[in-house]
Design a protein around this ligand. Structure first.
Ligand code: ADP
Ligand code: MG
Length: 253
């Protein structure tokens, strides 16, 4: 398996000089290979979201050091994003705890926004998608069991349905890597399970790499072979999720 994401010596601090400096990430080294489904766990404030944002190239600033390389392109941390990263961003799908759909837009329209990084921008902004693109969006909706809702406003859907639509958006985007930040934290257990089943299905059948931050360790154990645990910005565990014993978890949380 080839390496999809490589992180070397990544540190991130928040707060300006003089103020109290917070180290959100402290010398992180890790490698995620193509086709893996990895759980990122750890207590609240341990740096999971910050790390995930770095993997997507969304998080760049002065108070970084170290390197992140995604899909073979380095992300430059001092100053601007590496130009190649802008391109590879279209290959990374991001899923948020609060779904981030446009509520007043129809479900199909939301899914089509996954194409904005791929179709010419003027066309996307005007909503001018061709038949082939619409077909791709419909197929993505069918894949998450939401095709019947294509013409509904997104705001009418339940949380679990919205999250499934958000996943369909990354499928339409044809993202090779899916980064999901607490995708099930706002969902009831049944919807949470549906969402995790879909992510696992996409990982297994399409071979897409999935990195998911999870609050509940049971889900990490059940759905992800590998788990990475953070504590105060440091990787304190990286291995098979079945090795997350109660004693070990007691030291992490
Ligand atoms: P987690 O997702 O594991 O709960 P985060 O990555 O959100 O953790 O946060 C890690 C640490 O960085 C926390 O101490 C948090 O307060 C701090 N932090 C995160 N984002 C910011 C920000 N934009 N400004 C200042 N501090 C932040
Ligand atoms: Mg978080």
């Amino acid at each position: 398996m080839s390496s999809e994401i490589t992180v070397t010596g990544l540190s991130k601090t928040f707060g300006r000089k003089g103020d109290q400096v917070r180290k959100a990430l402290d010398t992180i080294d890790l490698e995620i290979r193509s086709g893996e489904m990895v759980a990122l766990i750890g207590p609240s404030g341990s740096g999971k979201s910050t790390l995930l944002r770095h993997l997507s190239g969304l998080c760049c600033g002065d108070s970084n050091s170290g390197e992140v390389s995604v899909l073979g392109s380095p992300i430059q941390h001092q100053g601007k994003l590496h130009p190649a990263v802008r391109k590879s961003r279209a290959r990374i799908g991001y899923i948020f705890q609060q779904f981030n759909l446009v509520g007043r837009m129809k479900v199909l329209g939301n899914v089509l926004t996954g194409l904005l990084g791929r179709a010419p921008r003027w066309r996307g902004c005007l909503g001018l998608f061709n038949a082939q693109e619409r077909e791709l969006a419909r197929r993505s909706l069918a894949r998450v069991g939401m095709e019947a809702w294509a013409n509904q406003r997104a705001s009418l859907l339940s949380g679990g349905q919205q999250q499934r639509v958000a996943i369909a958006r990354t499928l339409t985007q044809q993202a090779e890597i899916i980064l999901a930040d607490e995708p099930i934290a706002s969902l009831d257990p049944k919807s949470a399970r549906q969402v995790m089943d879909i992510l696992a299905d996409i990982n297994q059948k399409d071979g897409r790499t999935v990195v998911v931050t999870l609050h509940q360790v049971e889900y990490a154990r059940e759905y992800c072979q590998r788990a990475i645990a953070l504590k105060e910005g440091v990787v304190v565990f990286d291995g098979p999720s079945e090795e997350l014993t109660p004693a070990l978890l007691g030291r992490i949380y």
